[in-house]
Design a protein around this ligand. Structure first.
Ligand code: FCB
Length: 477
């Protein structure tokens, strides 16, 4: 049925270019109280009234915990080279440290074996935000230095358990959201609102990254081990030349706060200056930045939209009235909503050109470091069923979005960017954090009442891309 809607294109990736789809544990697994799993900060947060849309929680989500085999078969039917998933830390270590839950480990071990049996490369993320609640209670979560050392231990345990079969590892996913949305704006778990704490959390995420990279090097025995971190490095563009200062500030607090210590071994001096009113940075102890900076094999980049920025002349009380500023210094920065752009259901502007330019620029900034796009995709309101009563989802918008972004990556490579893979967000419709189950990012539709999976047109597109490495196109727009 989908076959007629997709045609062979003419842009080819090389045979070793990695293509796949991604998920994250709390967004799909469900099974929240099963198999000895402990609580995460997302369980607590989503169960707190008012924190998520319609009070949605990840208790059941896409019920992947019980449907692993079905989901593995779907992935195989899509010819995926790679599947990126995250491990739920509290599923394998219910209190975040100490006791290891063998049932939790066995779940991921089975998942890895199931992938390998189907010829799919596992790409494992250790932290996709679902921190064990026990560590939040005991150490203040990522505000506490102890959490970084608990993460190191957890990385060691995972490396030892799966590192004979898993080559590709990432420490964190988007530490920006983890720290600034979790501890600064309060939009994400644990829902706290302090710029000082967000900066502290960012440092402990950096520190824990370095410790975990070293822990994985010690324990992962796979001969092709590739260790990375996944950052949502923002593509930032000034509206006018006068707005360059807004770009500098945003880039410092959102991007270079992570790439500085992780990849260059220092916090940028301008970031330290910009944030002095919030913190004296005394939580950075001697030797820390050396620990943060560990050689990595691959840089994971998540891309959704461009940040168009304007500099605000002075403090804007309107921002404060909206419940506090988003990040330190954001009262000076306006994120401009470009009226000319097409938008996704998240209201994110669609700009594949931004991805192309971003990848070219990043490759220049970090020469010698291969980049993998670890997340890119779009939420649209999908309709199930066609006029002939067939159970299909003709998600042309999403498919075109993926075509345009795959093409952008292809162009970036032609301009010299060292991009080695493209992983689509997401394999399944899932729990979109504070937005709950409204936005659907999946290439597979999930009916949350029955848990029925319906592959969308976009999954057929990805299957063709994976099988041929040639970017397929839509026959009719
Ligand atoms: C990213 C997250 C991912 C998903 C997408 C839409 O920020 O890493 O889990 O929610 O956004």
């Amino acid at each position: 049925m989908y076959r007629d809607l997709i045609a062979r294109g003419h842009l080819a990736f090389p045979p070793d270019f990695v293509l796949g789809a991604a998920t994250a544990a709390y967004q799909i697994e469900g099974g929240a109280n099963e198999g000895g799993r402990g609580a995460s900060i997302w369980d607590t947060f989503s169960h707190t009234p008012g924190k998520t849309a319609q009070g949605a929680t990840g208790d059941i989500a896409a019920d992947h915990y019980h449907r692993v085999e079905t989901d593995l078969d779907l992935m195989a039917s899509f010819n995926l080279d790679a599947y990126r998933f995250s491990v739920s830390w509290p599923r394998v270590m219910p209190r975040g440290e100490g006791e290891v839950n063998p049932e939790g480990l066995a779940f991921y071990s089975r998942l890895v074996d199931g992938l390998l049996a189907r010829g799919i490369t596992p790409v494992v993320t250790l932290n996709h935000w679902d921190l064990p609640q026990a560590l939040e209670d005991r150490y203040g979560g990522w505000r506490g230095r102890e959490t970084a050392f608990a993460f190191e231990k957890y990385a060691e345990i995972m490396g030892a358990a799966l590192g004979d079969r898993v080559a590709m590892w990432s420490t964190h996913n988007e530490p920006w959201n983890n720290s600034f949305a979790g501890y600064g704006s309060g939009a994400f778990a644990p829902g706290l609102k302090s710029h000082a704490d967000a900066l502290k959390a960012a440092h402990h995420l950096n520190l824990s990254h370095g410790l975990a990279v070293a822990a994985l090097r010690r324990t992962v025995k796979h001969p092709d081990a590739q260790i990375s971190v996944v950052l949502n490095i923002f593509r930032v563009e000034a509206e006018t030349p006068e707005d360059a200062e807004a770009v500098r500030r945003f880039d410092a607090v959102a991007n270079r706060i992570f790439t500085g210590p992780m990849l260059r071994g220092a916090y940028p001096p301008d970031l330290l200056d910009d944030t002095r009113t919030f913190t004296d940075w005394s939580f950075v102890l001697p030797g820390d930045v050396e620990l943060c900076r560990q050689p990595i094999d691959l840089l994971g980049v998540n891309y959704y939209e461009v940040m168009h920025l304007r500099l605000r002349p002075e403090f804007d009380p309107a921002t404060e009235a909206m419940g506090g500023t988003l990040f330190p210094g954001s009262e000076r920065i306006e994120i401009v909503r470009r009226p000319d752009l097409k938008r996704t259901a998240m209201d994110w502007g669609i700009e594949p050109q931004g991805l192309e330019d971003h990848l070219v620029a990043l490759s220049k900034d970090f020469p010698g470091l291969p980049i993998m796009v670890m997340e890119n995709g779009a939420a649209f309101a999908d309709a199930v069923g066609d006029s002939n009563g067939r159970r299909v989802v003709l998600d042309r918008d999403r498919t075109q979005f993926l075509i345009d972004h795959a093409t952008a990556i292809h162009r970036a490579r032609e301009r010299g960017a060292n991009v080695v893979g493209y992983i689509v967000w997401s394999l399944l419709d899932n729990f979109e954090w504070a937005e709950g189950y409204g936005p659907r990012f999946g290439i597979v539709h999930v009916d949350y009442d029955t848990q029925e999976r319906t592959p969308k047109l976009s999954s057929h597109w990805l299957s063709e891309l994976c099988a041929t490495k040639v970017i397929p196109i839509l026959t009719t727009p």
